[in-house]
Design a protein around this ligand. Structure first.
Ligand code: ZN
Length: 327
């Protein structure tokens, strides 16, 4: 390799044309997934205070949102439900007329081309706000792994029957991908892919999401099931487990603080990788821009490029709706 002054790396940065020609990473609308929070009712639109521009929508308005997204080139959404009622065992998660189930039927019948990815977890539907079954052990409340699996598989099966295109378990219980795969296969949904939140950290960047989904745990925290942010080798173990259980797509969550993890998974595995730019990442950029600390659009573009450059194929982002046009 020649060195300066024969080599001048700035030659390929001299103008937009040459920069475009040698650009290594390109984000397209096909890479984007827009999360949608669905609440009961009609014509309901409630803004999430800590996520300006993001709303809880009733199914009719969620449908409208999907129409808009399709027009802007985004054809994938990730659905979360805020049910009418919650209990300890997440019954409303697998009610035939549950909030997500109603929305799936509605959107699928009106917009069959929309890819409907469904978040599968208990915390949306439990009154205690945890992602699994709460049990008492030696006078202490714990989140019991194995009893949670059956409920998670019920939720997944119910979403499949209502028209889900992809099942995305986010609970972080051990063994849930396998149990959900079994349930789907037995119910005639062998073709439905599982996008596993394989590597989900117990992150402080989820704050605004808890307001959005109203699922703040009533006691304790989620550290006994979500991963320790300090761990990287463990991410490989989580990914391997989920692949062994036949996950089709792996996810890393959050995205920007965990680019090293995305990159590591990219090197090790050939399956498609998703990264979730979470609520706190959204709010950080939103509030920084609002207060004049940066340009929102260019910060969003740079963050998406970084996530894709690290190795993600799919970017789940609350900015998808507003910035698809900038790609
Ligand atoms: Zn959960």
């Amino acid at each position: 390799m020649a060195i300066f002054p024969m080599t001048r790396l700035r030659r390929l940065r001299a103008n937009p044309g040459i920069r475009k020609l040698v650009r290594e990473t390109q984000v397209t609308t096909q890479n984007l997934v827009m999360p949608i929070f669905i609440r009961p009712g009609k014509k309901q639109k409630r803004e999430i205070k800590t996520m300006p521009g993001i709303f809880q929508l009733s199914p009719d308005l969620a449908l409208k949102e999907c129409e808009q997204l399709l027009k802007s080139g985004i054809s994938s959404v990730l659905l979360f439900g805020i049910p009418e009622s919650k209990d300890a065992m997440a019954h409303s998660g697998y009610a035939e007329d549950g909030i997500v189930q109603q929305s799936l039927k509605l959107i699928k019948s009106e917009l069959p081309e929309m890819l409907l990815i469904c978040d599968v977890c208990m915390c949306d539907y439990t009154d205690h706000g945890h992602c699994g079954v709460v049990k008492e052990e030696n006078g202490q409340k714990i989140i019991a792994n194995d009893p949670s699996l059956e409920i998670l598989s019920h939720i997944a099966g119910s979403f499949a029957r209502a028209g889900a295109d992809v099942i995305a378990p986010s609970d972080m219980m051990d063994g849930r991908v396998q149990v959900i795969r079994d349930e789907l296969d037995a119910a005639g949904f062998k073709h439905l892919p599982i996008m596993s939140y394989a590597v989900k950290y117990a992150s402080s960047f989820y704050g605004p999401f808890r307001e959005a989904l109203e699922n703040q745990p009533k006691f304790g925290d989620r550290k006994s099931y979500q991963m320790d942010p300090a761990n990287s080798r463990e991410a490989i173990l989580e990914a391997k487990q989920d692949l062994a259980e036949a996950a089709d797509i792996l996810m890393v969550k959050p995205a920007l603080p965990y680019l090293d993890i995305i990159s590591k998974l990219r090197e090790q595995f050939s399956v498609p990788l998703a990264a979730y730019q979470v609520s706190g990442e959204y709010s950080m950029i939103k509030f920084a821009a609002k207060h004049g600390a940066g340009n929102e659009e260019t910060m969003v573009m740079e963050s998406w490029t970084a996530i894709k450059r690290a190795g993600a194929d799919i970017i789940i982002s609350y900015f998808a709706r507003d910035y698809a046009k900038s790609l």
